[in-house]
Design a protein around this ligand. Sequence first.
Ligand code: FAD
Length: 344
Amino acid sequence: MHYDIIIIGGAIVGSSVAYYLREEGFSGSIALVERDPQFSRAATTLSCASVRQQFSIPENILLSQFTLKLFRRLREEFGADADIGFREGGYLILAGENGLPILRANHEAQMAEGADIVLEDAEALVRRFPWLSVEGISAGAYGRSGEGWFDAHAMLMLFRKALRDKNIDFITADVTGIERQGDRVTSVSLDNGERLEAGTVVNAAGPNAGKVAAMAGLALPVEPRKRNVFVFEAREKYDDMPLLVDPSGIYVRPEGSVYITGGAEPEEGEGPAVPPTRPRLAAVRRGDLAGAGNPHSGLRGDQADGRLGRPLPLQHARPERGDRPASRGRQFPVRQRFSGHGLQ
Ligand SMILES: Cc1cc2nc3c(=O)[nH]c(=O)nc-3n(C[C@H](O)[C@H](O)[C@H](O)COP(=O)(O)OP(=O)(O)OC[C@H]3O[C@@H](n4cnc5c(N)ncnc54)[C@H](O)[C@@H]3O)c2cc1C
């Protein structure tokens, strides 16, 4: 069997690549190969599903704005019942004295792209969010619009459903090999013994993208790391609470009637890195978030311990400009590395 394009990985990146190929008028044959169509281990469905414009470089901000436009016309694009539960709650990124110059520089980059972000000192932040504790905080950048969180699984399903009418072959299989002739990728092998010839192969394998590139004999510095997301309950509820990022790197945001939190984990080291242990939760509870309003004040420890988040794979990499060696050329593109925000 021959396909003009074979996409390895059918989660948000692979499915949206297929979707936009058709939207842009590509009429050749496309196969979307996914080994886990329930997406039980995909970063997409395990992510915190938040969207922000608070980045430091225009590329990231423009990608966010593209997605935001899609959110705003979701029903036109995907039909009247399309709903991803988008909550435009904003991000509030806090900085102490040391982090202030970076926060300011990032804010300038965001303003240059027309993002609706305000940079406020501690006093103004307390006026805006009276429940916020600003001990050790010099300023915060708050997204008044265009930032928030949504249902990642629902978004993925909208793409997958839309693809059904777009003449795409959905193949459930594990890609186990990629053959090359010189500089050209020519075919992929599947665990069911099939071999598919390809004009172009797109690597959309998420945290597994390094392994997939290695099948073609290419070195791509992407490997999985475990990340923890904790779920907890608190007595206090703040309806206006954005996604807070503390200067320590720990984040917290509301998720329906509970909260989720995580962050500030080591970037280096062999994965799996950090299992969801009690000491890790204790660090969160002890007051790492004190400067971020301490919404944990009502945390019920034992209950929270019993509801620890699952360890998750995450491709932990910053975006890089220009071609990487493994993605050079148009025939084996790698769709990867979006500053931990590849979903949006
Ligand atoms: C804890 C956590 C929090 C996050 N929070 C956010 C956030 O708030 N906002 C945001 O925008 N992003 C967030 N992200 C990042 C985001 O989830 C990812 O960048 C994005 O989902 C990547 O999508 P993907 O399709 O590339 O990868 P994945 O969703 O991992 O999909 C890759 C797919 O490829 C398949 N695959 C892999 N290898 C093969 C193979 N050999 N053969 C066949 N199929 C294969 C896998 O089964 C998988 O379904 C978070 C990630 C994590 C882990």
